[in-house]
Every structure is written in structure tokens, then in C-alpha cells.
Ligand binder design. Structure first.
Ligand code: MGD
Ligand code: MGD
Ligand code: SF4
Ligand code: MO
Length: 695
């Protein structure tokens, strides 16, 4: 029997709407959900390879308890009851001695995050963080301090922009299908793309103009762009007058940052900086300086991301067609209520509300507690600061490989009394766990509904396409089972996913059957824009775009500190990391198809510098930094700035159960020092220096 299921992908965190064809209980093919025009029926290679992950015998197929040294790959198969009882008993012992606060729950933010946050609140621990903190913590902080929204609450109007400037936002390899499709059609209609990256990526190859910037110097470029825009009166004066707080301070601040000054710091000729400022200004407000995701993670990153938002403010492009828009939700679409959440229930008072990471508290006063500061995990464990951390729930998140400084992460994880992992694969941290509670693969499970805020908001549904192939369970079930055993089951008032859906929809006139035809319920046919003359609801204290941020200043953090020149080390390389089109972060390297496409990572180094070091393409090299050393292969190319080196993130897996990816390449985390953005707390993953030698 054949059936067609509209659901949501989870081969990466973008969660594209997909359509799955199932025949005789087997997934036959996957394509973009045709009911969503921007998907254009397309998916990326990783989604196509989901079928290989689904059927993979190397998945975590049933609950296991560790039966040897951490990481030895020796496991005892157990029933769900045994695994859950064991986990709860170990937790009770630990909580009796150290309190529930000694546990940390980390996860890749996803459709059950509302339930997992409720779990920590229900058991009495303030410690929860999501992958967002290591992905874009500084961007989030920049957005909240400048416009009062998080980066997740804004997006670029890719299809209507006339000029887009991307700083290492490698859209054509580090993919979001809907954005990419919209952008491709805009490019075909003549939209200009300026791409800035020390490395020539696929996006660079598609750009109208590409600038090979010196690594880490984007902030200098932006200050010079502002200098030109202000000096030549290229900004949108009406918009700035209405919406920008601190413009006068900005004008004074950028005086010294001339294009000639920036040329020395960035390597981009002054004349090119002037013409970029003029070119983009011509199409304002249909201009996007994209705030990015990952490129250029340095210790001053919050300032760099704020500078991007300020450039948009000068262009008048925030909440303008072809610019950046604020996502709209149920209330904007005329509904009285939102989706009902579990985390808004009343939970017992906590004995101690100090978080392990000091997020929103002493250490990172203005970082976002709903994301946390995951960077602090090894510090808190190793130094017992602010108190002993004994148990970790690593659910869909891999702190071993997804935090800088692999060796320190490993030491910290080994110090824990209990690691509970929930994964679909044997990942880096999962392989070190005491107990693994395997989740069903996304094609095998239904999840809570997703609010899809956007210009045209919708609610989306993931629904199971096939029955679980192995003895696995959805996370919302696992969490409830653990909560019940820890005496907190009452906060999870559901038995089935239908109960969860009905709970979420309780205050809305929407039925679950409404999702059956397309997989989503559209809440508005028309794009919802606020009036840019008077109706933009910025959420800062001044209700404006704050160049001088009251949130920062009130915590003694300067909004516009003088630029500090980058250090340089002629004998070393600045290590940058990133993704390729064939893999997702650290999770797909063992996928049979994707492993075949890109089996290992090599270190990109500039050809002239390689020649000086006697290194030829594909030679084995020794790479060293303050954090670690290892051997890998060189990729010698003229497509990278001489001061930079680059490696793909996600390789160097040492999990014995993941046989295809075992020992292939090295983790970027091995070389990344424990450095971070001082304000937002996200790791400065592109800041470390490495040396390279031929073996
Ligand atoms: N195929 C694929 N797509 C993905 C993902 C995936 O894993 N695989 N992951 C998703 C996720 S979680 C994210 S966060 C996004 C990431 O999306 P991007 O941020 O676009 O992705 P990265 O591949 O990390 O690219 C970072 C780029 O920044 C460049 N860079 C490094 N230092 C500097 C610098 O100082 N200045 C400038 N201008 N550039 C610099 C690097 O050379 C690299 O090309 O992609 C999403 N999409
Ligand atoms: N060194 C270094 N660190 C980084 C980055 C980097 O470039 N370099 N990039 C940062 C970025 S942008 C991000 S977004 C984060 C991502 O960090 P992570 O969230 O840790 O990475 P992922 O690869 O997305 O997935 C983590 C784990 O989730 C598991 N998983 C996947 N699907 C499921 C599922 O359906 N259920 C369950 N239970 N588990 C599942 C995977 O098998 C994997 O073990 O890492 C950040 N950290
Ligand atoms: S970008 Fe690819 S892997 Fe990620 S959700 Fe979309 S289709 Fe799936
Ligand atoms: Mo990310």
C-alpha cells in the first residue's frame, strides 16, 4: 500500500517541510512539501540520505547500559523499564547528595524543547541549555540589545532584496532550502550579492562581488562602511530619525574609521569599501546586510553582529520589503491566544536558582537564559563552580564535539557520575554515556506542533511516516517516563502525541484534522508587514533600534568601544571552521551515503604558504595549537587567505560503534582553544591560531 505523508525534516535543525512517499511500510522517497511554494519540491543531499540513516544497523537500536570503560563500546542491552529505572535510581542517589541542581540538560533546540525545559523545572534544576548558545549566542545577544528581538525572530526577505551582503554566510552550502530557493530566484532577476569570506566558497563563486577579507576583521570593514554612509549622507534620514536611538553618538564614533584605516586591517582596498557603501545605499531599503550564523566567531563577536544590524538600520531596511523582517505569530495574524505551553505551568520553587553558567546572572548578565551558555559546561564540571555538577542529560546534543577544546571537554565528561544520552546515532558524547535512551528517527515519530512564525505565519506538524524499525521511543515519551520516576509526572499531562497536540491547540479554534491535507495550518494568506513609518514594534526599552543599547549600558557594557586591532602571527594560521553541503554538524558523518560523498576533512591552506613550508596537496601534516595536536591531510589551494586555515566541522569521530566515520579526519574542536565572546558567551570558534608542519 502506498501513502504520502507531509511532515518535517530533521536531518538538520532547519526542519524543512517535506513529503515522504511510503510503500508497504517502507520509505521510498523524500521531496520538498509541494504545498509550500518556497520548497519548490526540493530537498538537500542530507534529507535524501535520511533513508540510509533510517535503515542503518549502526544506529542506536535499543536501550543500553554501559558495560565497560567509558567509550569502550561495550554495552548491555536492556528493556525500556530497566533503562528508565536505572536512570531514575542513579539520579535519585545523586540528587539526594547534591540536589537536582547538580544536573544539566542540554539539547539541540527542537519541537520538544518546551517539554524538556519543563522537565528541568519540574525536577528542580535551573540548568538547561540549547545548541543555540554555541551556534549563534553572540548574534542573539546583538539582536536583543539592538532591536529587542532574538535572531530567531527575524529573517531576511530574500526574494525581494536588491542587494545582499553576506559575511561568511555560505548560503549555497550551509543550506536552508526555502531561503536558498527564494534567493536563487532573486539573483536570477538581478539582485546583487556581495560575499565576504577569507575563503572562496560556493556562495563566493555565485556572488556579483567577492571580497577575500583578512580573517576576523569584518568589524573594521563595517565601521568603515558606516563612516562612508554617514559622511556621504547615504543613509535613510527619515527612518533613522524615527527609529534609531544613538545616531549622534554613532556619527562621532565612526569618524576615525576611514576606508583607508580599514584597508590596513582588512586587506580590502579603500576604494572598494567606498563603492560597496554607495552600491548598497542605492537600493535602500531593499538591502540586506545579513547578520549570519557562524562565520567569524571571535571574542568581540557581539560587536560585529551589532554592527551588521546598525548597517541595516542606516539603510532603513529593518521591517522593509526586501530588507530584514520581524517574524509574525498568531497574535499578529488576529488570533487572541498562542499555542499552549507546558513550561508556563506553575512549578515548585527552586532551592537554588543560580545557573551553572551564570547566564542572565553574574557571569553573562545579558546573555539569553532561554539558550544558556553551553560554553561554560566543562568549566562548571571541572571547577565545581558554582557547585558540583554530577549528571548530564545530553539529548540530541553532543558537548564533546560541539564545544571548543576537545581534550578539556573529554576530561570534564569523564568526571561526571552520570551521563544519560538520547540519540539516534552513537555520537561523541553518546559513546561515553552510562545509559542510552534511543530516540526514534524523525521519520518514525510524531512530535509536538511547531509554531512557524514568519511574514505568513503557520503551524507545522511532524507526523510519523513509518512505525519504529527498532526498539526506540519519541523524546516526549522518554521525558515523561523519567519525570514520573522522579516524582514529577503531573507536569506532563499526556499519554499520546494526540494529547499533546490537543493541549497545544486548547486555546485556538484549530483542529488536528486541519493539518491532514498539507502538514500545516496557514494563519495568514498575506505577508504581514508593520507600517515602517509608525508601526514597527521594536522590543527595546526605547521601542527603537538602539545603537546605544540601554541593556548593555545598564550592565556597564559599552555599546561602542574603540576598535582593537587584531593580533598577527606570521608563522601561524588563524583556524576557521564550517560546513559542507553533504553533512550536518557532527551527526551525519557515519551515514552510508554521505560518508561516501565526503568521508574526511582536510586542512585548507594557502598555496604560497604551503610551498614555503614544503607542503604539497594531500600531504600528511602535523597541526598544533595551544589546545591540542593531530595529524591529517592538507588541501593546498589559492582559494584561501594566506593568514587563514580552514577545516570542516564534524569529523574525527572515535565512537567504535560508528564504523564508517571512525578515525576519519580530525575534530576542529581539538585545536580550538577555550575562547569566547565576552558578552554573549558563545565560543570564539574561529579565533585560535594553529601551526602546520609537514610530517
Ligand atoms: N549542509 C549544511 N547546511 C547547514 C548546516 C550543516 O551542518 N550542513 N548547519 C546549519 C547550521 S546549524 C548553521 S549554524 C548554518 C551555518 O551557516 P554558515 O554560517 O553559512 O556556515 P559555515 O559553513 O559554518 O560557514 C562559515 C563561513 O565563515 C567563514 N569565515 C570564517 N571566519 C571568517 C571571518 O573572519 N570573516 C568572514 N567574513 N567569514 C569567515 C568560513 O570560511 C566559512 O566559509 O548552516 C545550517 N545549514
Ligand atoms: N567545534 C565546533 N563546535 C561547534 C560548531 C563548529 O563549527 N565547530 N558549530 C556549532 C553549531 S553552528 C551548532 S548548530 C552546534 C550543533 O551542535 P549539536 O546539536 O551537538 O550537533 P548536531 O550534529 O546537530 O547533533 C547532535 C547530536 O544529535 C543527534 N541527533 C540527530 N537527530 C536526532 C534525533 O532525531 N533525536 C535524537 N535524540 N538525537 C538526534 C546526532 O546524532 C548528534 O549526536 O554545534 C556548534 N558547535
Ligand atoms: S536543509 Fe536539508 S537536512 Fe536541513 S531540514 Fe532542510 S531538507 Fe532537511
Ligand atoms: Mo548552527
Amino acid at each position: 500500500m502506498k501513502k504520502i505523508v507531509n511532515t518535517l525534516c530533521f536531518m538538520c535543525s532547519v526542519r524543512c517541510p517535506i513529503q515522504v512517499v511510503v510503500e508497504n511500510e517502507q520509505v521510498i522517497s523524500i521531496r520538498g512539501n509541494p504545498h509550500v511554494p518556497a520548497m519548490n519540491g526540493g530537498i538537500c543531499p542530507k534529507a535524501a540520505a535520511a533513508i540510509a540513516s533510517l535503515n542503518d544497523p549502526q544506529r542506536v537500536r535499543y536501550p543500553v547500559i554501559r558495560d565497560g570503560e567509558r567509550g569502550s563500546g561495550r554495552w548491555k542491552r536492556v528493556s525500556w523499564t530497566e533503562a528508565l529505572d536505572y536512570t531514575a535510581d542513579r539520579c535519585k542517589d545523586i540528587f539526594d547528595k547534591h540536589g537536582a541542581r547538580s544536573s544539566i540538560y542540554c539539547e539541540r533546540a527542537n519541537l520538544i524543547s518546551d517539554i524538556s525545559k519543563s522537565f528541568q523545572k519540574a525536577i528542580g534544576s535551573p540548568n538547561h541549555f540549547t545548541h543555540d548558545t554555541v551556534c549563534k549566542g553572540a548574534i542573539n545577544t546583538a539582536c536583543r540589545t539592538t532591536i529587542g528581538y532574538t535572531d530567531g525572530q527575524i529573517n531576511a526577505d530574500w526574494s525581494n532584496a536588491k542587494h545582499v551582503v553576506l559575511y561568511g554566510r555560505n548560503v549555497f552550502e550551509s543550506i536552508e532550502i526555502k531561503a536558498m530557493n527564494s534567493f536563487i530566484s532573486a539573483l536570477e532577476k538581478g539582485t546583487k550579492l556581495t560575499y565576504i569570506d577569507p575563503r572562496v566558497t560556493l556562495t563566493a563563486a555565485k556572488a556579483t562581488d567577492y571580497k577575500m577579507i583578512r580573517p576576523g576583521s569584518d568589524l573594521a570593514l563595517n565601521y568603515a562602511l558606516m563612516h562612508v554612509i554617514i559622511e556621504e549622507n547615504l543613509y535613510d534620514a527619515d527612518y533613522v530619525k524615527r527609529w534609531v536611538e544613538g545616531f549622534e553618538e554613532l556619527c562621532n564614533f565612526v569618524i576615525p574609521y576611514t576606508p583607508q584605516w580599514a584597508e590596513k586591517e582588512t586587506g580590502i582596498p579603500a576604494g572598494e569599501i567606498v563603492s560597496l557603501a554607495r552600491e548598497v545605499s542605492k537600493v535602500k531599503p531593499a538591502a540586506v546586510f545579513h547578520y549570519g550564523y557562524r562565520g567569524s566567531h571571535h571574542t568581540k563577536e557581539t560587536y560585529f553582529r551589532r554592527s551588521i544590524l546598525i548597517l541595516n538600520a542606516l539603510m532603513g531596511s529593518i521591517e522593509s520589503k526586501g530588507g530584514i523582517f520581524i517574524k509574525k505569530g498568531l497574535k499578529d495574524a488576529g488570533y487572541q491566544n498562542g499555542l499552549k505551553t507546558f513550561s508556563s505551568q506553575k512549578f515548585p520553587e527552586m532551592e537554588d536558582t543560580r545557573r551553572f553558567d551564570g547566564c542572565g546572572q553574574d557571569k553573562f548578565p545579558i546573555a539569553d537564559p532561554s539558550h544558556g551558555v553551553g560554553y561554560m559546561l566543562p568549566h562548571a564540571i571541572l571547577n565545581e563552580d558554582p557547585y558540583p555538577i554530577k549528571a548530564l542529560f545530553a539529548f540530541r546534543y553532543d558537548p564533546l564535539l560541539s564545544n571548543p577544546d576537545y581534550n578539556t571537554n573529554l576530561k570534564a565528561l569523564k568526571k561526571l557520575d552520570l551521563i544519560v544520552a538520547s540519540d539516534v546515532n552513537f555520537g561523541g558524547t553518546t559513546a561515553l554515556a552510562d545509559v542510552i535512551l534511543p530516540e526514534s528517527f524523525f521519520l518514525e515519530r510524531s512530535d509536538p506542533l511547531q509554531m512557524g512564525s514568519s511574514l505568513k505565519p503557520a503551524i507545522n506538524r511532524r507526523i510519523a511516516c513509518v512505525e519504529p524499525l527498532f526498539d526506540t521511543k519519541p523524546m516526549w515519551w522518554i521525558v515523561k517516563q523519567l519525570a514520573e520516576r522522579l516524582g514529577a509526572g503531573q507536569y506532563f499531562p499526556y499519554e499520546t502525541v494526540e494529547d499533546i497536540w490537543n493541549y497545544q491547540l486548547a486555546d485556538l479554534d484549530i483542529k488536528i484534522e486541519d493539518f491532514d491535507e498539507t502538514g500545516f495550518v496557514s494563519l495568514s494568506d498575506k505577508a504581514i508587514w508593520w507600517d515602517r513609518n509608525d508601526g514597527i514594534k521594536f522590543k527595546t526599552p526605547s521601542a527603537k533600534i538602539e545603537v546605544v543599547s540601554s541593556m548593555m549600558e545598564s550592565h556597564g557594557i559599552p555599546s561602542l568601544p574603540p576598535y582593537e586591532a587584531l593580533d598577527s602571527k606570521p608563522e601561524a594560521f588563524r583556524l576557521m571552521c564550517g560546513r559542507c553541503v553533504a553533512h550536518t554538524n557532527v551527526m551525519t558523518q557515519n551515514n552510508a551515503y554521505l560518508n561516501n560523498l565526503v568521508p574526511e576533512n582536510r586542512l585548507w591552506i594557502n598555496d604560497r604558504r604551503a610551498m614555503a613550508l614544503g607542503i604539497a596537496d594531500n600531504d600528511r601534516i602535523l597541526v598544533e595549537s595551544k589546545a591540542g595536536k593531530g595529524e591529517m591531510r592538507a588541501y593546498v589551494t589559492d582559494m584561501i587567505h594566506p593568514e587563514a586555515a580552514f577545516m570542516l566541522h564534524g569529523f574525527g569521530h572515535k565512537e567504535v560503534d560508528s564504523k564508517r566515520s571512525f578515525g576519519k579526519g580530525l575534530p576542529d574542536a581539538l585545536f580550538q582553544e577555550r575562547l569566547h565572546d565576552k558578552i554573549g558567551g558563545s565560543p570564539a570558534l574561529d579565533h585560535s591560531w594553529i601551526t602546520v608542519n609537514k610530517i
